[in-house]
Design a protein around this ligand. Sequence first.
Ligand code: BES
Ligand code: MN
Ligand code: ZN
Length: 500
Amino acid sequence: MNISFAKLDLPKKGAYAVFAAQRGELSPSAKAADKKTKGALSRAAKHAGFKGEKGQTVALAAPGGLDADRLILVGLGPVKQLGALDFERLGAKLYGKLAASGDRQLSIAVDDIEGLGIETSEAAARLAAGVKLRSYRFDRYRTKEPKSKKPTLKKTVIMADAPGAARNAFRGLDQVISGVFLTRDLVSEPANVLHPESFAERIAALEEDGIKVTVLGEKQMAKLGMGALLGVGQGSEKESKLAVMEWNGVPDGEGGAPVALVGKGVTFDTGGISLKPGAGMEQMKWDMGGAGIVVGAMKALAAREAKAHVVGIVGLVENMPSHNAQRPGDVVTSADGQTIEVINTDAEGRLVLADALWYAQEEYKPQAIIDLATLTGAMIISLGHEYAGFFTDSDTLADQLNAAAAATGDRVWRLPLHENYDKLINSPIADMKNVGPRGAGSITAAQFLKRFIKKVDWAHIDVAGMVWDDKDGPLYEKGATGYGVRLLDRWVAENHEQDD
Ligand code: BES
Ligand code: MN
Ligand code: ZN
């Protein structure tokens, strides 16, 4: 999607979107268009029962008196209540409506709106961000899609009184969106294409963005004693990897201890010897979603040259059954020396994270760690697909995450940690076992991770319900959502970034 900014003007072709406030009150541009069409716009609005409610639209094809091929009136609802995220959704909605309409261009007239709580330029930038986010499509393997189903809309012109200010406001958003798109690409790829080795290669390509990338293979990880991570990958033909990305955007390389983002990158989760049932197993290609978010967030930070010091660490493994695979009952030793009885080879994410979390602390002594993982099906049972659940002992970190979620729309909900849950993963033969009883499955998984955290502020975000959606969402077409990138970017920006 090509996005540009220009002065308010009547477009010569394509779709032309104008706004109306509540009760259908037309914006100045809408009024002007109505006049040009000799009142056809307001007549159409009346006949369609258009009340100017938020997201309500009415369209005129081939409007007489205008060069544009289509005129669309979009309702804003009560203007005072509109925030930045509402404009993103409006932009996305417009894109969704027009994507395959035949129009190649969309021009949106963003007049100064009285009583609006945000700057017009910010509203304009957010409209653009919404269009762009919604325009993402993963169609590289669709060779026979009929042309009529393919999007025609290629160009969006956002028109405002001060297009320069809007363009500037959009730049930062667009840089973060490049990270969101990378995450969506990674999550969408099938597991025969994106496996630990090829995933590591894609991460290595981020060197071009100024990110320092180090990839550890099995030999190096064995040397470090990462028996927990390696046990998960030992049934796979593909070599397990630990990929480390470092972004230091603090001037003069200062910035002290970094913050660490750690991700679960199980490129396919069959369950291993504790094999999953066949129905729906294809979904487990996105069991690398946590790693996908971390990689996308690193790209976003580098793209906007964040003045922050951040390391991203992802454990990349494929969980397969084979004659080499680890068995239920095996005892493995993690890099920090703790022993784990592997009761269920399908509770593999926590094993991967145990060693990745150790590495983050050992190598970087970070100020704070956030890990992200599609860790438990139980998460989807408790929160569905609306909120990711998170766990932390730090109220400060919890406040920070809640604030970043509110600002970006990537919703999170805090769930408890408690020593009584921790007891549930004691093992009679080793220091711990990798599963607890049936109840509170997401919490016992978090307690397991906590056993690998020393003295550092840490939060675990279980994104099992968030990285993929089987239906269209407000800012994405069905499939990979890109959830989490904006959350992490915002968290870094608000709490770990130097001011200009
Ligand atoms: N990757 C799964 C969790 C998952 C399931 C994510 C469905 C998204 C959708 C994880 O590795 C897993 O298999 N967890 C088990 C844990 C159980 C064996 C304690 C689960 O949730 O069933
Ligand atoms: Mn599993
Ligand atoms: Zn898994």
